[in-house]
Structures are given as structure tokens and as C-alpha cells.
Design a protein around this ligand. Structure first.
Ligand code: GDP
Ligand code: GDP
Length: 435
């Protein structure tokens, strides 16, 4: 499973700096969801090839009146959902009452956490950390976030206890289509989940789980096996009295990561909003198969329909490989077509690609449009082979491949997608140099 790390600490201790270090240029998901007042950022980071999620909990200060107040706050929800909490403190300021309040709070919540003493650049780590031992946190790390010092080994240690997802290719991982239904609150996810499962052709097997994570529902449709990853928690709400938080970004990000195909649901009444774009960004980043569903299409005037369609074309250009559907989950309109796109995206995302076919396509693409000259030498792209599925990864070998311009890479992606007839999935290209 995708581990989630939350950064907590007073203002100015260096949370954003560490967040940026970890997530690099990757686009952060900024949480400005309706009803979630505090600013939080979500980003996907990697340690080697291992992905994890980082949350910058921005607002928590520990100074505020009544930590209970903060506890009820959404920031605390993020902490609850985190697998590991990093309590950051400032080595230059020394121990502060706010740090103590936060440490005590985390302890009360029974949440394991690590103490991260930041800004140890230019000062002795022993001196820097000495002050903080009195907090009694068994796990302490000294780092300089702005220099990246100590960051990697700290993250290695923090992620250590969490099992790595097996990278089992083939039948194990791709035997059934894992479909995540995601979207911001009230777009109609629950209604759609019920529709997807409620068809006559569908046989649902599993009883709902009772964890805080998404519900995984195994079923078959026309004998084809699926697992629906239900972020809205529809099925559970019926059976268990526990009140489930309906929307959670962490849950959503985990669901996307764990799916083969994501159905991103949007609300036709509201058009495409910023939060849809953020979620879309994450789907693309994660490389999953993608189907776009604009819901509540019933009762939308023709003018509005045209406008939404043109918006979709304009703003979602970079996801133009995904099929779009205009549906009414309420009335069940368009759900069958949704399945067609889900199946197509799954097929494309998990197809086995032969070295021969890929190399032939590469040669054709290079013949039509040779890569540019670099320092008077032509970039040579020699052969291609498959490097992975979901998303399909094409590994291209050649000379000077580090200099392939982004525009040429996009050209190649387009050609591979077209020639391989891939729909609903991004294509990744990786270059290797043999010199
Ligand atoms: P946040 O409010 O906790 O998110 O803190 P920021 O990441 O915005 O950092 C607050 C200030 O501390 C900024 O001026 C950073 O440049 C600085 N800072 C962060 N990390 C380090 C560090 O490792 N060493 C030093 N010297 N300054 C740092
Ligand atoms: P969720 O928060 O994304 O799970 O959204 P829900 O499925 O709970 O739906 C939110 C509201 O939108 C409910 O009042 C639904 O009845 C309504 N809704 C869902 N789908 C449709 C639809 O296709 N058309 C219309 N008009 N309303 C819908």
C-alpha cells in the first residue's frame, strides 16, 4: 500500500521546504475542497522507485486555544490517515511550548511519530538535537531540509516498517480490473457506484469491509472480474453504524494509486472546477487508466452542455487520451458506455508490447521526423522495448538520449499511442543511452 507521511509543526519550522524537497517539481494537490478550511498540500514523492504521499498540514500551530478544537479539524484527519507523522521542530529556535503541545497531542492520539529537528546546517547536530530529547520521542532525526541533508536517510528509516507493494506483473496484478471511482464531494460518486454495481449483468461477491480506507468490492460483469474501489464508502454506510467521513483526499489518492483505471467524476451542473483539475493531475501523475465522467447531465440546458464540452476540450487537453462520458448516475444513463471505456483503458494499460513492434514504430517515427541535431551531432534512437504496464512504459535506447527535447518526446508518445491504438492510458517514455 502507498504509505502516507504527514508533516506537522509550528509555522516556519520548515514544513513546506521539506515538502518541496520530497515532492520536487511534482505538482502538489492543494486542498481547498469545500468544507476543508485549512490549507493543506498533498504531493506524491518517491524514494528510489517507491512512491509515497506527503501531506503538509500547513495550519497546525500547537499554540492555538484548545487542541481539541484542532483535533476536530480536518488537519487532524489528515494526521489520522497518515501512516507516519513527522513532527518538525526548529533547531535554531530550540524547544518551544508549541512543540510540546503538539508532541503531547500526538501522543494522546496514540499516533506513532518521529521528531525531525530541522535547520541543523552550520550547527553541530548534537547541540542542535540536545534540547529536544526532553520531549521523550524515541525516534529523532536531524536534517537540513533546505540543503536536503539527512532527508533521504530519514525517509528511508521512516518508510522502513511499511511493506513494499509487490511489483507482481502479469495475472496476479492484472487478473481483474480495479476501478476507482473518485471525485470531489457531491459530484455523484455514491450514486454512480450504486449504478455500476446495480446493473442486472453484475454479480457482487464480497461483503463490505470495515476499515477507514476505501471499500473494495469484487464483482463480475458478463463474467469479467472487477474490483470496484469505492472512495465514497457507499456499501459500508448501509451496514455499519460507524459514520464515515465521506470525502478524504488521502483515501482518494490511495484509491487512484491502487487502481488500474480511474473514473473521475465531475458535476455537470458546476462545470470543471479547480479541484477536478487537481485530481486529474494526480491521475495523470500516477499513470493510471482514465475515464472522465461528467455527471448530472440530466436537466442541463443545451447551451450549458455545449459550454461544458468546449471547456473539457480546452482545459483537459493534456488528458485527451481519456474517453469522456456525459452521464446521469441518477437515471443510469450512459453507464454501459462507461464500462466500454473502462475495459478499453484496462486493455490498453496492461497490454504486452513486443520489442519488435515497438522498435518498428520507433523507426517509423524517426524516419518521418528525425530528432534534432545537438552540438552538430544527431541524436540517435536505435531500438525500443517495453519497460512496464499500467502505464505502458516504452524504453528507448540510443545516443545522446539525455538531450531529446520535451517536444520530441511528446511527438513519440503521440506516435506510440496512435500506432499501438492505446486508449485511456498515458504512455511513458524512458530513454537510455548506450555509449
Ligand atoms: P513552514 O511554515 O513550516 O512550512 O516553514 P518553511 O518551509 O516556509 O520555512 C520557514 C523558513 O525556514 C524559510 O525561510 C526557509 O527557507 C527556512 N528553512 C527551512 N529549512 C531550512 C534549513 O534546513 N536550514 C535553514 N537554515 N533554513 C531553513
Ligand atoms: P458523492 O458525494 O460524490 O458520493 O455524491 P452523491 O452520490 O451522494 O450525490 C450528491 C447529490 O447529487 C445527491 O443529492 C444525488 O442525488 C445527486 N445526484 C447524483 N447523481 C446525479 C445525477 O446524475 N443527476 C442529478 N440531477 N443529481 C444527481
Amino acid at each position: 500500500m502507498l504509505p502516507v507521511i504527514a508533516l506537522v509543526g509550528r509555522p516556519n519550522v520548515g514544513k513546506s521546504t521539506l515538502f518541496n524537497q520530497l515532492t520536487r517539481s511534482r505538482d502538489a494537490l492543494v486542498a481547498d475542497y469545500a468544507g476543508l478550511t485549512r490549507d493543506r498540500k498533498y504531493g506524491e514523492a518517491r524514494l528510489g522507485s517507491r512512491p509515497f504521499i506527503v501531506i503538509d498540514t500547513g495550519g497546525v500551530s500547537g499554540d492555538e486555544d484548545g487542541i481539541d478544537q484542532a483535533m476536530a479539524d480536518q488537519s487532524m484527519t489528515a494526521i489520522e490517515e497518515a501512516d507516519a507523522v513527522l513532527l518538525m521542530v526548529d533547531a535554531r529556535e530550540g524547544l518551544n511550548a508549541g512543540d510540546e503541545a503538539l508532541a503531547q497531542h500526538l501522543r494522546q492520539r496514540g499516533k506513532p511519530f518521529h521528531l525531525i529537528v530541522n535547520k541543523v546546517d552550520g550547527i553541530s547536530a548534537d547541540v542542535a538535537t540536545g534540547d529536544f530529547y526532553s520531549l521523550g520521542v524515541p525516534s529523532l532525526f536531524a536534517i537540513a531540509a533546505s540543503h536536503g541533508r539527512g532527508v533521504r536517510s530519514m525517509i528511508e528509516a521512516v518508510l522502513g516498517p511499511f511493506p513494499e507493494a509487490e511489483q507482481a506483473d502479469g495475472e496476479d496484478r492484472f487478473g481483474r480490473t480495479r476501478v476507482a471511482v473518485v471525485g470531489r464531494p457531491n459530484v455523484g460518486k455514491s450514486t454512480l457506484v450504486n449504478r455500476l454495481l446495480g446493473e442486472d449483468r453484475v454479480v457482487v461477491y464480497d461483503q463490505p469491509g470495515t476499515t477507514r480506507d476505501s471499500i473494495y468490492i469484487d464483482y463480475a460483469r458478463d463474467d469479467k472480474p472487477y474490483t470496484l474501489i469505492d472512495t465514497a464508502g457507499v456499501r459500508r454506510r448501509k451496514n455499519v453504524r460507524e459514520t464515515v467521513e465521506k470525502f478524504s483526499i488521502v483515501k482518494t489518492l490511495k484509491a487512484i494509486d491502487d487502481a488500474n483505471v480511474v473514473v473521475l467524476v465531475m458535476d455537470g451542473h458546476e462545470g470543471i472546477v479547480e479541484q477536478d483539475m487537481h485530481l486529474l493531475g494526480h491521475c495523470i501523475e500516477a499513470g493510471r487508466g482514465l475515464v472522465l465522467a461528467v455527471n448530472k447531465w440530466d436537466g442541463i440546458e443545451p447551451d450549458q452542455r455545449d459550454w461544458i464540452k468546449s471547456e473539457l476540450g480546452r482545459r483537459l487537453q493534456f488528458a485527451d487520451y481519456a474517453d469522456s462520458h456525459f452521464i446521469s448516475a441518477l437515471h443510469g444513463t450512459g453507464v454501459g458506455h462507461l464500462y466500454k471505456s473502462i475495459d478499453a483503458a484496462y486493455q490498453s494499460a496492461t497490454r504486452k508490447l513486443s520489442t519488435n513492434a515497438l522498435t518498428r514504430i520507433l523507426e517509423g517515427a524517426v524516419y518521418d521526423h528525425p530528432p534534432p541535431l545537438m552540438n552538430g551531432r544527431r541524436i540517435k534512437l536505435r531500438y525500443a522495448h517495453a519497460g512496464g504496464q499500467n502505464p505502458p512504459l516504452v524504453v528507448i535506447h540510443g545516443n545522446q538520449t539525455g538531450k531529446v527535447p520535451a517536444s520530441y518526446q511528446r511527438y513519440l508518445e503521440k506516435i506510440f499511442r496512435r500506432e499501438l491504438d492505446l486508449v485511456g492510458t498515458p504512455v511513458r517514455i524512458e530513454f537510455r543511452t548506450n555509449e
